[in-house]
Design a protein around this ligand. Sequence first.
Ligand code: AP5
Ligand code: MG
Length: 239
Amino acid sequence: MTDTVTATWSAPTPLRAILLGRPGSGKGTQGARLSEMLGIPHLSTGDLLRQEIESGNALGRDLERYVARGRLVPDRLVLEVIQEHLDAIEVRELGFLLDGFPRSVTQLIALERMIAPQRLSCALELLLPEREAGHRLLTRFVCTTCGSSPHMRQGPALVAQNTCMRCGGELRRRLDDDVTSIRQRFTEFERLTKPLVEWLDRRGVLLTVDAARTPDEVTTALLTSIERVAPGVMLPQLS
Ligand code: AP5
Ligand code: MG
């Protein structure tokens, strides 16, 4: 946990961090913010898988069967999708913020093999009770143009008009944000990701942040945590 972390991983520059947390905890929101502030690529396996699904190709049709039902995609397919992005020159040079990957101890081992000899800097956990996470997911509307999702919190009137508060684009519910799929995603989190979180904690590389706060407060807490384990990384001035 945050106060007891001993960070046995190296703290290299650039930052190579993983963002963990149950569905709805804010991984995507914080990943996008940190990416912009730190100038580090944000790689979300959920987004990458949804792009494949949107493309309508054979792989996408295969993936949709899992994603729409809130089931984890088999490791073989996820590793295939993430590998090429990890190999990109930009990612090798600038580092990464991984969101939604790894989700199990098996995936973490695969990731460490994929990036070797480079090493991970830290694992950042967003802690949010299931009830609040469920509420966030059931009220999430995603813009089909810019991908942003804070609409219900900041612009319920625009949600009623189905218009993005940032760019005016059309809003849509995510294909897995129905009650049944959300329950399944929470179950998968308990089954495979919780053991990963506990394993990282035992290794002393987990930094836990209370995510039941405003997005700005969560961002500040994450930056403070990163600064502790990766002092060489350039961070913006904290207020
Ligand atoms: P993925 O897309 O990763 O979904 P998830 O883990 O279920 O998490 P979400 O994206 O729903 O939530 P989030 O934590 O990003 O929260 P967000 O910032 O959006 O994966 C989807 C599916 O792909 C999986 O179910 C699986 O099928 C497959 N998959 C992906 N990776 C895989 C892997 N490695 N292996 C196998 N299968 C894989 O926030 C949620 C809402 O809350 C938003 O509306 C947001 O605006 C709002 N919000 C955010 N922060 C706050 C705040 N501080 N206060 C109030 N509201 C907030
Ligand atoms: Mg997400």
